[in-house]
Design a protein around this ligand. Structure first.
Ligand SMILES: Nc1ncnc2c1ncn2[C@@H]1O[C@H](COP(=O)(O)OP(=O)(O)OP(=O)(O)O)[C@@H](O)[C@H]1O
Ligand SMILES: [Mg+2]
Length: 276
């Protein structure tokens, strides 16, 4: 397939004024990046999933990661978060090297990152409120954050505020296994937002929802992240979602990053090529 990568800068790329001199585009190296991947290669056993993947995400950007099933989108997100080791290359998250980070440093980085996973992994027998309070566990370890009954007042207040943002405050006391798919997805978003992360990773945030619920949840999710200035990486199988909600689109195919372009410069037909 053709390589769709373009040299188009991200939408948020600005210019610098250097005294009385003319303005010049800010080179990537000087910008504030929340994620920087350089030559990332990942295999499971002898199977190489992708190789030499490089990209950078500017603060406040929303980036859609697209590609066919099994191309490695979820794997790449896990590499970014340092949840699984990479074979070659380097990843910087919030300005720090994830590749070699361990223990407290890795926990600190993850505490500033929210995750909405492909399977939302709510604890079924616990209440909605407790599940959202669990979103604070990256910042506060210990049993007080395991349940709403022991949680400090400020944690309960923060969790109720996050539930209000996703329109589910009235279901705070309901058990998570008694929610609809769309409601569960909203709770997973509230859990990711409660710690006020700087970076949000959302792996198919509206998977398993019908198109109209999916549309509504994406719109709500992006209203929230835009209003809070959060950097977002999301995967989606909906080409329209990638183009509508992403500032930039990254495309994985055949083990390589084949596309890195601004959403504004792309048409749906450009993305369909990734699925051939
Ligand atoms: N822990 C693992 N061990 C071995 N192989 C794995 C593991 N996790 C993922 N894979 C394989 O890596 C490849 C990429 O998987 P991944 O889940 O990243 O794809 P994806 O692009 O997210 O797919 P989808 O669109 O279906 O979510 C697949 O072939 C998958 O079977
Ligand atoms: Mg996936």
């Amino acid at each position: 397939m053709t390589d769709l990568r373009t040299a188009t800068p991200p939408l948020t790329e600005g210019t610098v004024q250097t005294g009385a001199q003319t303005s010049a585009p800010v080179p990537h190296a000087l910008q504030d990046h929340d994620v920087s991947a350089q030559g990332v290669t990942k295999s499971f056993g002898k199977t190489e999933i992708f190789s030499d993947v490089s990209f950078r995400l500017v603060r406040g950007e929303a980036v859609a990661l697209v590609g066919a099933n099994g191309t490695g989108k979820s794997t790449l997100l896990r590499c970014i978060l340092g949840l699984i080791p990479i074979d070659r290359g380097a990843v910087e998250l919030l300005g720090q090297d994830v590749t070699h980070a361990k223990g407290a440093q890795l926990r600190g980085l993850r505490a500033n990152t929210g995750l909405v996973a492909q399977k939302h992994n709510l604890v079924p027998r616990l209440s909605v409120l407790t599940n959202v309070i669990h979103g604070l566990l990256g910042q506060h370890s210990g049993p007080r954050y395991w349940s709403q009954s022991f949680a400090p007042e400020e944690a309960r207040v923060a969790a109720m505020e996050a539930l209000e943002k996703v329109g589910l405050a009235h279901l705070a006391a309901r058990r998570a296994d008694r929610l609809s798919g769309g409601q569960s997805q909203r709770v997973a978003i509230a859990r990711a937002l409660v710690s006020k992360p700087r970076l949000l990773i959302a792996d198919e945030p509206c998977a398993s929802l019908d198109p109209s619920a999916g549309e509504e949840i994406m719109a709500m999710f992006f209203d929230l992240v835009r209003s809070e200035g959060v950097t977002v990486v999301f995967t989606s199988h909906h080409i329209e979602h990638a183009l509508t909600f992403g500032d930039r689109v990254l495309g994985l195919a055949d083990g390589h990053l084949k596309l890195d372009a601004t959403a504004a410069s792309l048409a749906a037909s450009d993305l369909r090529g990734l699925y051939d």
